[in-house]
Design a protein around this ligand. Sequence first.
Ligand SMILES: Nc1nc2c(ncn2[C@@H]2O[C@H](COP(=O)(O)OP(=O)(O)OP(=O)(O)O)[C@@H](O)[C@H]2O)c(=O)[nH]1
Length: 390
Amino acid sequence: MMPLPATDPETLLAAIVLVFFFAAVVWWLFATGMRVTPRASLCLATANLLLAGALGTHALRGLAPDLLSYWGSDVLGLLGFGLLCVAVPWISDETPRMAWPALLVGAAALALLLMPYEGDLHRHSMVVYASMSALCLSSACNAYRLLRQRVRRALSATLAAPLFIVTGLLLVRLLEAWLAPGVTPDIRASSSFNIAWLWSTLALNLVLNATMAFFVLMRLILRIQRLTRRDPLTDALNRRALAEAMDHEHARLQRGAPYALVMVDMDRFKQLNDSHGHAAGDAALQALVQALKPCVRAVDRLGRLGGEEFCALLPDTGLAGALLVAERMRVNLEACGFSWDGKTCPLTASFGVAEASLADASAEQVLMRADRALYQAKAQGRNVVQASGA
Ligand SMILES: Nc1nc2c(ncn2[C@@H]2O[C@H](COP(=O)(O)OP(=O)(O)OP(=O)(O)O)[C@@H](O)[C@H]2O)c(=O)[nH]1
């Protein structure tokens, strides 16, 4: 086995405290300067500071007042892990359950206060490490659950692993206190067990903060992806994202997979804007998307081309199927019962449908045919579905 580098526990403790401080500064900058998940970042900055304080005051045992270096140090550590529990859901914009971490930290602090800090401290250590491992395990499970909503099981487990490993390390410390009751557990001891534990704590401290930073980064990437692909008013795909999906379907068409487009244009939208105002127009566009969404399958794509013009991309669908979808949309929109300022405003739209054919050089040509059909639908008096000729 490779021998661990010979280091005294004080140096290692100082290094861990420094890393906690550095991480606290970085999280604070995230929270205040860059406004990145500010609540979670501020929470993590405070958690790192509290853990630095816990280790720093622990190292002062015998030099600083007992209430600070014993009880105070333990409570700071517990509060640090309590905040970690709160920060993980906040990274995902989920409301954290504050009650049980607060209750656990409060109960442990009270129990420690009632036990005199004299002689053998193994019972104190058991309370401290049992509470810390429960809080850390809860953070780890939460992180895994939240990651699982976005990425595959194996990746979620890998990303949440540092939190599970820290839980394991705390449990090792708990076992030490439980199995060797005669020995006073002390993180300043020069035993090889303690040195190994401190080295792993230093490494995991770095990994843990890097993992949290990665969670925040992942959140940001997902948010940016959403902003670049969605129309902010209606949450339908924007023109660029729809064009990408259409090009993809057109490539599949060459391999025999049909697709169709349904172009949708709200009727007399200018009139609604002029008589009820722009805000009413915006609300009507949102109502239109809400009325159209239930008419399409999960694999279909609904996008906004601009203004009051939308398009549904229907993969593996021929002209007959697309006409059925368009008619369902027309009926659903007419029945949606949009109202503004207490007054009901009838909403209708005209629909142009085109099926892609191998003669179409690109998806843009299919869209042009759907647009011509839409023009005919308008000419027929609106609130009509019109198919394009090939
Ligand atoms: N409220 C709102 N209005 C918009 C938005 N984008 C475009 N418009 C307005 O939509 C209106 C479109 O008017 P037209 O192209 O004449 O269409 P229309 O009144 O529906 O006429 P037809 O299509 O022939 O029935 C214009 O008044 C635009 O200013 C938007 O995001 N919000």
